[in-house]
Design a protein around this ligand. Sequence first.
Ligand code: HEC
Ligand code: HEC
Length: 303
Amino acid sequence: MADFTHDFWNWYIAVITVIAILACGWLLFANLTRKSSGPTETMGHKWDGDLEEYNNPLPAWWVWLFVITLVFGAVYLVMYPGLGSHRGTLGWDQASQYRAEIQKADARYEPIYKKYLAMDIPQVAADPAARAMGERLFLNNCAQCHGSDARGGKGFPNLTDNDWLWGGAPAQIKQSIIGGRQGVMPPMAAAVGTPQDVSNMAQYVLSLSGAAHEQARAVQAKDKFMVCAACHGVDGKGNQALGAPNLTDKIWLYGGSAKTIMETINLGRQNQMPGFGDFLGEAKAHVVAAYVWSLSNTPTTQP
Ligand code: HEC
Ligand code: HEC
């Protein structure tokens, strides 16, 4: 049985469960057969001043309730999984119930998704019902990383602005979702030089977006930026084919302090957007892509 690493645990659970049920039955039986001798008398226990315990027989309704509970438990454990690795005579399990529900939902929604899949993403985004579906998909699958407002966080890009690592055209957004993306910047400390050079480079990066920086030190790093230009471009405007961010726009994936920039240069960065193509299927990815696109574009019905 796959759920148990060793057969021992299977028996451990089954035996303890059966013994517990039998013990409950015995407890009831033992109390029923013990005849009270003579008239009702107190057992000598007192609570709250005048609340006393008598040796009255158990009420019939209570005994029957107990018996029904025991029988229910036994029948349940025969029919459903619960006793060790016994699968239950009904063959029920959570996984197949889940699959059946998914299948039912798919059958119901498939025509709707098919309709949207045949439309362009901007057209889908113009449909309020489609946007609502996309938002639900987003909240269920994407919000844990990008935030429920899609504004992201450190290392997780904001999807509501017009700054894109991998491109903001409908097809590029859809590709990010279906195939996932891997942003890799290697550690660059060795290529830049001494720690002082790295620090100067951070000042140069700050200067690219017009942020506060030390001009004299930034100038010293300007030529060295050639080693960065391969990915970020000579002007620092980035390269969407590589997911290399635009360094001139004051929008930071990791943060715009000299310290964070030096950290990026020294250690590099590795970041991954998991691919959702297999999990969502193309039609749902299409609808969620339309939702994401609508966050930074005004949907229009014009094709
Ligand atoms: C496990 C966390 C995680 C989940 C879940 C996730 N993403 Fe991402 N996503 C990322 C990261 C990290 C990046 C940035 C990758 C990089 O640095 O190149 C990213 C990048 C993206 C991009 C590209 C952004 C750009 O600027 O080009 C899009 C679009 C996107 N995600 C949409 C989604 C959608 C839609 C979902 C849900 C279906 C989703 N993501 C789920 C982590 C996640
Ligand atoms: C091989 C390509 C490559 C090279 C070379 C490279 N980078 Fe990067 N850089 C990237 C990628 C890709 C990312 C985004 C990483 C991610 O998605 O997490 C990045 C991210 C950054 C960031 C973070 C930006 C933000 O928004 O927080 C900074 C700063 C940066 N690079 C500066 C530099 C500097 C300075 C150099 C040269 C010393 C350099 N990079 C060289 C590919 C490169």
